[in-house]
Design a protein around this ligand. Structure first.
Ligand SMILES: [Zn+2]
Ligand SMILES: [Zn+2]
Length: 329
C-alpha cells in the first residue's frame, strides 16, 4: 500500500512539475493614456498604474509630464519588493512615484515590505525618481555606474555571467545587456515569465552606442532565455505607432501607440537585425537603429564643412567685388 502511494505521488509530482514551472498568468489588457497636444487643456493622469497580476505592477509616467513616457515595473516577493527604474521626473508634486509605489507594497506584521530599487541603466529618464525615495525607510537604491552594478548585483565576470535577486519565493535574473549604455542590464522574472529589457530592446528607436557590445548582448540574452518560458518582453518606452512608424521625437501625444509587449520571437530576431546595422543609422522592418554619438559626429562634421564652404564663398565674392571696383574707378 505504502509503495503504491509513493508511486502515485511520484506520478502526480511528474504530472504537476511542468504545471508548476509555468509562469503565473497576468493581464496585459491595458490602454495607456495617449497624452495630448495641449496638456493644459486636457490634463492626464500623472502616473498610470496597471496591475498585471497580484504581485506585479506596470507603471507609466504620463506623456504630458514627460515626452519620454517611461515604464516602471514593480515585482513583489514574500520578503521584499523590486522596483525596476524610477522614471524621468524628480519632483514629487509633478509625479507621485514614491507615494504610489510605497502604497502598493504589502504590510506584514505592521511593517511595509522592504524595497530594492534597481535600474536598467543610468540615463536620467530611468532614474530621476530616485530622490523621492531617499528619505523612505527600508528602501535600498542601487547605483547605475558599472562598479555599482557589478558589485550591487554580485557579478563575478561581467558581462558574461548572470546575477540573481532573491525576493523571497521569487527570483529575478539579471542579464548584462551593454550596448545602449555601458552598464545596461535586463531582468527576467521566472515567476511571471516577464523579461524587462529597458532601452536595449523596446518598441521604438534602438539607440546603440557600442555596436559590438550590443550584438554580444543580443546573443547573450537569447541564449539565456532560449529554454525559459517568456510571456512578454517589456521595454522602457513605446516610440512606435500601430503601423510600425516611429513617433515624432519629443511628442507629448501618441494617438496610435503600438503595444508595449514584444515577444520572445521578436527578441530572437535581434542578433540578425543587428548584424545589418551599419554603425550610423539603419532600418530593418520596424527596427530603427542608430548611434547617437556617430550621428552627432556626422552632423558636426557636416556643420564644419558648411562653414568652410560659406567662408570660401564669401572670400571669392569679396575678391570679385574688389576686382570689379579696380576695373571701374
Ligand atoms: Zn537610455
Ligand atoms: Zn530611456
Amino acid at each position: 500500500m505504502k509503495v503504491v502511494s509513493i508511486v502515485l505521488w511520484c506520478v502526480v509530482g511528474l504530472w504537476m512539475a511542468p504545471a508548476l514551472a509555468q509562469p503565473v498568468p497576468g493581464n496585459m489588457n491595458v490602454q495607456w493614456d495617449a497624452g495630448s497636444t495641449d496638456c493644459q487643456a486636457h490634463p492626464q493622469r500623472r502616473l498610470q498604474v496597471h496591475r498585471y497580476n497580484q504581485s506585479t505592477y506596470i507603471l507609466r509616467e504620463s506623456l504630458c509630464q514627460t515626452y519620454e513616457g517611461p515604464f516602471i515595473y514593480l515585482l513583489i516577493g514574500s520578503s521584499r519588493a523590486l522596483l525596476i527604474d524610477t522614471g524621468d521626473v524628480a519632483d514629487a508634486t509633478q509625479m507621485p512615484l514614491a507615494s504610489t509605489v510605497l502604497g502598493l507594497l504589502p504590510v506584514v506584521n505592521g511593517q511595509r515590505l522592504p524595497l530594492l530599487i534597481v535600474h536598467t541603466h543610468g540615463h536620467l529618464d530611468h532614474r530621476s525618481g530616485d530622490t523621492q525615495f531617499a528619505a523612505a525607510p527600508n528602501v535600498t537604491i542601487l547605483g547605475t555606474d558599472l562598479a555599482h552594478v557589478i558589485d550591487g548585483f554580485g557579478f563575478r565576470q561581467w558581462p558574461e555571467d548572470i546575477a540573481h535577486i532573491d525576493l523571497g519565493g521569487r527570483t529575478v535574473d539579471v542579464i548584462p545587456t551593454p550596448g545602449h549604455y555601458p552598464s545596461h542590464v535586463s531582468f527576467y522574472d521566472g515567476n511571471s515569465g516577464l523579461a524587462f529589457t529597458g532601452d536595449f530592446f523596446l518598441p521604438g528607436r534602438l539607440i546603440i552606442d557600442d555596436t559590438a557590445a550590443d550584438r554580444a548582448s543580443a546573443v547573450r540574452i537569447n541564449d539565456f532565455l532560449r529554454d525559459r518560458p517568456v510571456t512578454y518582453v517589456l521595454g522602457g518606452h513605446i516610440e512606435l505607432n500601430k503601423r510600425g512608424q516611429v513617433e515624432p521625437q519629443g511628442s507629448n501625444w501618441h494617438p496610435d501607440e503600438a503595444p508595449l509587449p514584444l515577444g520572445k520571437d521578436d527578441l530572437a530576431q535581434l542578433p540578425q537585425v543587428l548584424a545589418g546595422f551599419n554603425g550610423f543609422y539603419s532600418q530593418s522592418g520596424r527596427f530603427v537603429m542608430y548611434s547617437q554619438a556617430r550621428m552627432l559626429q556626422v552632423i558636426s562634421a557636416a556643420g564644419i564643412l558648411l562653414l568652410i564652404v560659406i567662408a570660401l564663398s564669401l572670400r571669392w565674392w569679396f575678391k570679385r567685388r574688389r576686382h570689379a571696383h579696380a576695373g571701374h574707378p
